[in-house]
Design a protein around this ligand. Sequence first.
Ligand code: DC
Length: 215
Amino acid sequence: MIITIDGPAGAGKSSVAKLVSQYLNFLYLDTGGIYRTMTLYLLRHNTDINDPEALKKALESIHIRYTSSHIYLNEQKVDHLLRTEAISRHTSDYSKNALIREFATRLQREIARDENVVLEGRDIGTVVFPNAEFKFFLTASDTIRGQRRYEELKKKDTSVSLDKIIENIKKRDENDMNREVAPLIKAKDAIEIDTSKLTIEQVAKLIVNHVKTEE
Ligand code: DC
């Protein structure tokens, strides 16, 4: 069974998807992590992503292994390198590229094949798994999303400011919603949940209850 959870940055997708996967004993797939890992590789190798031949060649050298607890880039564990503001910004830009999306989409479908999976991302219910059994779309106000990201980043970097983070999140939304290929958009048959005033547990329980009653 496939459950998709899409939505903008900071809507709570990762925490909720993780919890839902634990409640249901499903695999959890963080598709943003795949785009972030690809971005890390392409930045490290100075790949000009606007040169299709160079990009194709680079993509052939990327091997991503995803387990329930870690993500490996060519067998190097990279989890701890993926969540910086710089990688977030670059990933949002790089994920506009059709070849990059094709690679990531294929990998997501491969990982999820014949599994019970909760996938979270931007285009999972619309493009990657348009026939998923259950689709959810999480939203939250800009301020709440900024605050959540701020709390997360503050632990590692005390120089971050809330205003700057909210500004970055809005830029990222604009990028993700306005790109030509697979933009961030709610699938027609997705259930929308505004998480602004709910805890992670409450959102996860709403989803699990829905799945259990409709199954
Ligand atoms: O979910 P996240 O913040 O880790 O995602 C990082 C970026 O990756 C996001 O700004 C857009 C891109 N992304 C995407 O285009 N499609 C997905 N399914 C997941 C992420």
